[in-house]
Design a protein around this ligand. Sequence first.
Ligand code: NAD
Length: 494
Amino acid sequence: MKTLHPEVTKFLEAKPISLFVAGNWRHAIGGATLEVRDPGSGRVIGAVFAGDSTDIDLAVKAAEKAFRTTDWARLPANERAVFLHRLADLIDKHREILAQLESLDVGKPLAAASTIDIPNVAQTLRYFADLSVHVRRAEPIAVSGYEARKVRFPYGVCAFIFPWNFPLLLVGWGIAPALAAGNTVVIKPAEDTPLSTLYFCKLVQEAGIPAGVVNVVTGLGETAGAALAKHPAIKRMSFTGSPEVGRLVGTACGHNLVPAKLELGGKGAAVVFDDVDVEATADALVAALTFNTGQVCCTATRWIIHQRIFGQFVSRAVEKLRSVTIGHGMEPDTQMGPLISEKQRRRVLGYLERGALQGAKFLLEGGPATVPNHPDGYYVKPALMTGAIDNICWREEIFGPVAFVVEFKDESEAIALANSTDYGLANSVWSNDLERANRVAEAMVAGNSWINGHNLFPHGVPYGGCNLSGCGGGVLSPETYLDYLRVQSVVRPR
Ligand code: NAD
C-alpha cells in the first residue's frame, strides 16, 4: 500500500473540510456534514460540509460580486491566461497529492489518477488559456448602410454540477473554458468525491486568482445541487451526470431561461470487423471496459463483433477479463479498483440479476469480488453477457465493468445494432479498411465516433452527446470556449 503524502494526511484531518466561498474557507451555515469514504476499504477517511441553499446563495453572490468588482472579467485574455497557466503549474507541482486524494476518494488506481486525471486538468487549463488569447472578442460585420460589429462578453456566474467518476478532470473540462472567457464559477462536486476539488481551491488561492472567482459548495444533490440549478442569478449551467438528474437540472434552468449544457450518460458500442487483429482489439476493449471500473460515460459496453471472429474474440476477451488484477487503488499492482459505493455495487449486481432473468447468458459471470485485507470494499468482477438486444443490460447504462456482446453478419446490420439505443454519446469502429471504418463512423448516431480506439479525448476536438446523452454543446473544443461568451451586436446607421 502506498504511504500517504503528509499533506494528504493533514488535509483529511480537518473534519469537516470547509467550503470555499468568496476566497474564504468557511463552515456551512447549517453545520451539517457528510462522511467521505474510501471505496476500497469502505472506511470513513474524512468529512466535508453538507452545504444547503443558504450556502449556495452566498457562493452565487460571491461569484456575482467577483464578476462585478474584481478585474477578472475585464482583464485582457493574455493576462487572465497567466493566472490559468500558474494554476496549471501548481497542479503539476501538487500532482502526487491530488492523485492520492483522487485515488482514495474514487478508488481508481493511483497510477491512473497520477498519469491521466491530474495531468489532464493542467492540460485543459493550458489549452483554454492559450486558445483564449487567439479568439477575437470584437469582429466587424460587413452590412450596407450600417457600421456594425459583434462583441463577445463573459456571461457572469456560471454554475457547475459534477459526478463522481472523474472529479477533478471534469472540473478542468468544465470550468477552464468558463474562466478563460472571464466568467466566475460556483461548483457543486459529487457528494461521494469532494476531496480533490476542495484541495484544488488551495491552488486557486495560491495562483492569486481573485477571491470569489472560484467557489465550491459541497453537499447533497437534492439540496445543494437543486439550489444551484434553480438559483435565479446564475447565467449558465453545466451539468455532468445521469439523464434522470440532467432532466431535473434542465427543467430548473428552463424555468429561469438559463442556458444549460447537459453532459449525460451513455451506452457506447464498439463495432469490430473481421479484418482486425482480433486479440489486440479484444485487449483494447477489455482495457476500455475495466478503465475506472467501467464507470466511464462513453466506454464501450455493447460489443458488436463480426460473426467470423466472434468465438475467437470472446475467448480472448474472457481470458483477459479474468486476468485483471482487482484491488485497492493505492496498491501498486491494482489494474481495476472498486466501484464508488455500496449503492453503485448493488446497482451493478442488480443489473446482472435482471439481465439473467430476461434471458441473457453469461460468457463471464462477474459478481462480487473479494480483495484480501479489504473485505468491506465495493469490489465487483468484470462480466460479459450475450443474448437478445431487448435485454435490459443491452439497453440501459450499468456504469460498471459489464459488456454485452452480440454478433453481426454485414455492415448495415452492425450500424443498426450500434444505433439501437436511446443514448448517443460515443461509439467506435474497428477495421483495417479505413474507407469502411470512416463510413461506419459517420453512420453511427452519437456525439463522438472513434476509429481503431476507444475513449479518445484530444484537446481541441469537441466531446459531447446527443439524444439521452445530452445537449448544449459539449466540452473540450474552441466551440466550448465560445459557449462561455455571450454575443452582443453594436450597430450604427451610416
Ligand atoms: P448523478 O446524476 O446521480 O449526480 C451527478 C451530480 O448531480 C452530483 O453532484 C449530484 O449530487 C447532483 N445531483 C443529484 N441530484 C440532484 C438534483 N436533484 N439537482 C441537482 N443536482 C443533483 O450522476 P452520478 O451517479 O454522480 O454520475 C454518473 C452519471 O454521470 C452516469 O450517467 C454517467 O454516464 C454520467 N457522466 C457523464 C459524462 C459526460 O461527459 N457525458 C461524464 C461523466 C459522467
